[in-house]
Design a binder for this molecule. Structure first.
Ligand code: NAG
Ligand code: NAG
Length: 223
């Protein structure tokens, strides 16, 4: 009886959340994938990855500054080296720094110095992954050849779809997710309990995400 009640509540909640996904939810968005792609390409044009002076960190810092110049410092966190955290999800391990997190959107720098491979997860959100350095490979279950994303290209993982993906050694990207972000969080957290037991990383991730969501909600009035 109780079980049936909860199933009904979840069903109705899911139905309502889905029915506003392409109507009301986007009215809260401040980012759009096309502008982010343009900002990334403008910054990429000022860095030469074949040059011996090339630095991925300098590139990532410039992308952060390009976003802050366009959207305002209040919406884009500072690039603070200590705020990089590990992320284990879908069998893939990576590194990320949160530039913006709210209930409906997040923008992060994500990548892996070592390289990685895993499951993208199935999300209640659209995900746009703009490559800044290195390559990302991705495939739907019916593909026999990978999709290949190079610097400057944006990979759109549609809401509800899953792919296998891999990133080459030293690959980094700017990731935008738009949708019901709290629904994505268990994917990012649960490996702590089933696998890594890295409670420090979990604590840092929850703290940094929560801090930004609350700041955007209260200070910026941004849902
Ligand atoms: C990038 O750097 C490489 C190696 O130094 C050089 O050969 C190439 O001309 C540079 N490309 C541009 C567009 O400056
Ligand atoms: C593979 O699956 C995707 C997603 O379900 C579909 O859109 C696409 O048409 C499929 N491709 C082929 C070759 O069947």
């Amino acid at each position: 009886m109780k079980c049936l009640f909860f199933l009904t509540v979840f069903g109705i909640l899911g139905y309502l959340m889905n029915s506003v996904f392409y109507t009301w939810l986007p009215t809260n968005y401040i980012f759009d994938p096309k502008t982010l792609n343009e900002i990334c390409n403008t910054v990429l044009a000022t860095h030469n990855s074949s040059s011996p002076d090339f630095s991925t960190e300098a590139l990532l810092r410039d992308v952060r500054d390009g976003l802050a110049a366009h959207y305002g410092d209040e919406y884009i966190n500072k690039y603070i080296e200590e705020e990089w955290v590990f992320n284990n999800a879908g069998g893939a391990m990576g590194q990320m720094i949160i530039l913006h997190a709210s209930v409906t959107e997040y923008v992060i720098l994500f990548g892996s110095a070592v390289g990685n491979e895993g499951h993208t997860g199935v999300h209640f959100a659209d995900d746009y992954f703009t490559i800044l350095h290195g390559f990302q490979y991705a495939a739907l279950p019916n593909a026999t050849l990978p999709e290949v994303y190079a610097p400057g290209m944006t990979h759109h993982l549609k809401k509800g779809y899953a792919k296998q993906y891999a990133m080459s050694q030293g690959a980094f990207a700017l990731e935008l997710a738009q949708g019901w972000i709290p629904c994505m969080l268990p994917f990012g957290f649960l490996d702590t309990f089933s696998s890594t037991l890295d409670l420090y990383t979990l604590y840092r991730t929850v703290y940094l995400t929560g801090r930004d969501m609350i700041k955007n909600l209260i200070v910026n009035r941004k849902f």
